[in-house]
Ligand binder design. Structure first.
Ligand SMILES: Cc1ncc(COP(=O)(O)O)c(C=O)c1O
Length: 404
């Protein structure tokens, strides 16, 4: 379905292209993104939002344009609700550390969050005495709406925040965010969504979801590394502290006071990653021309192929439901007797297949289950083909049979 897109990605265009299945970590970038980054350094290497010469004006214009396109993509109320950050981790930290907390305030997350949506809350527990509670998933890792509703009820009027991954990077399972957000709101909580694994793969409408904040990773959306974003409701952003203060965060300053800028400037202290923002602009153009429903369908089709080859292999256990349509493009598996890193190296060296191995920054889940070796994770994207995932799965079966 997307085979014509492969030619847009230089790493896939050579003689023997690798089979890149580490897209949940970072996607590949099309030529247009690389070209936009090059154009910044060669044609307009200026500073956005400050100087008024030609270089800077070009950057400021493209930056504003990119912000507008992102706000339209997520159906935000206002362009200025989009904040450029360096990654989703930065965005989640901004939310956790920018809001005000009282001892005993309750924050709910789940048992399969990336460290980026766990550690900031653990840090607040250590430093501010908040009460961070974890909602357990069903045995197959799917979201337990009943347990979640009960946890909201148990928290009572101390419930302040619900922070959930939209799609898990461990297993590709989606959270029913709209339903969860409604429950959380009925209990008076704010809702923050970690959209790192959803925004590259599905249409996300922040208004329809009924949420307050969303963190996202541009480098998982075919954009430059070191780029991410935060969307937040303007009334909340206006009252949120910036975790970074300095140039651009204030309208003016005196020796003894300052006047904070309005969002987004308040949160974008210091000179920005302008090459990254121009690259983001090109990535948003690229992704906007693609039907994300088709991307999801394509990924599930590839995942079904991987799953059918791998599901009955001795010593290999797929994480999550057997039904691949509940795991998007992610096929993550625990290998009983073999080190996942060894297999990942072997797959790369023997078959040119790149996958992720380890704990994928979800240590808490592996630790709770007593799984010390982590997992091997293949994650597909639009440019992957049926032949590629078949070759990956068959090579993995051979390796497991030989080494297990
Ligand atoms: C679900 C999820 N949340 C957060 C992150 C962190 O993203 P970033 O690297 O942009 O900080 C990742 C990265 O893999 C992720 O998969």
């Amino acid at each position: 379905m997307f085979s014509k897109h492969r030619a847009d990605f230089p790493t896939l265009s050579g003689e023997n292209p690798p089979i890149y299945l580490d897209n949940a970590c970072m996607t590949l970038r099309p030529n247009s993104v690389i070209e936009a980054i090059r154009s910044y350094y060669e044609e307009s290497p200026g500073c956005g939002g400050r100087s008024v010469h030609r270089y800077a004006t070009t950057v400021s214009r493209k930056m504003a344009n990119c912000r507008k396109k992102l706000s339209e993509m997520f159906n935000a109320n206002e362009t200025n609700e989009i904040i450029f950050t360096k990654n989703a981790t930065h965005s989640l930290n901004q939310v956790a550390k920018g809001l005000s907390w009282e001892k005993g305030d309750i924050v709910l997350t789940t048992d399969r969050e990336h460290n980026s949506n766990l550690v900031p809350w653990l840090q607040l527990e250590e430093e501010k005495g908040i009460d961070h509670r974890v909602v357990k998933s069903h045995d197959d890792n799917t979201f337990d709406l009943e347990a979640f509703e009960k946890a909201c009820g148990d928290a009572g009027n101390k419930l302040k925040m619900v922070s959930l991954s939209h799609v898990g990077n461990l297993d590709g399972i989606a959270t029913p965010v709209k339903k969860a957000a409604k429950i959380a709101k009925d209990h008076g909580a704010m809702v923050c969504i970690d959209g790192a694994q959803s925004t590259p793969h599905m249409k996300v409408d922040v208004k329809d979801l009924g949420i307050d904040f969303m963190a996202f990773s541009i480098h998982k959306m075919m954009g430059p590394s070191g780029m991410g974003g935060l969307w937040g409701r303007m009334d909340l952003l206006e009252n949120m502290r910036s975790i970074q203060s300095g140039g651009s965060t204030v309208d003016t300053s005196h020796y003894d006071s300052m006047v904070w800028s309005k969002p987004p400037a308040k949160f974008e202290g210091g000179l920005g990653n302008y090459a990254g923002i121009l690259g983001t602009n090109a990535a948003v153009d690229y992704i906007s021309k693609i039907n994300l429903d088709d991307v999801h369908e394509h990924e599930v089709r590839l995942n079904k192929i991987m799953t059918s080859v791998l599901k009955d292999v001795d010593g290999l256990q797929i994480i999550g439901p057997e039904d691949a349509s509940q795991r998007g493009g992610i096929c993550s598996m625990v290998l009983e007797n073999i080190d996942a890193h060894d297999i990942a190296i072997l797959l790369d060296e023997a078959a040119g297949v790149m996958v992720r191995s380890g704990m994928h920054c979800v240590h808490s889940w592996f630790n709770a289950k007593g799984i010390e070796r982590g997992s091997l994770r293949a994650s597909a994207y639009l440019y992957n083909t049926e032949e590629e995932v078949k070759l990956f799965a068959e090579t993995l079966v051979e390796a497991v049979e030989a080494l297990g």
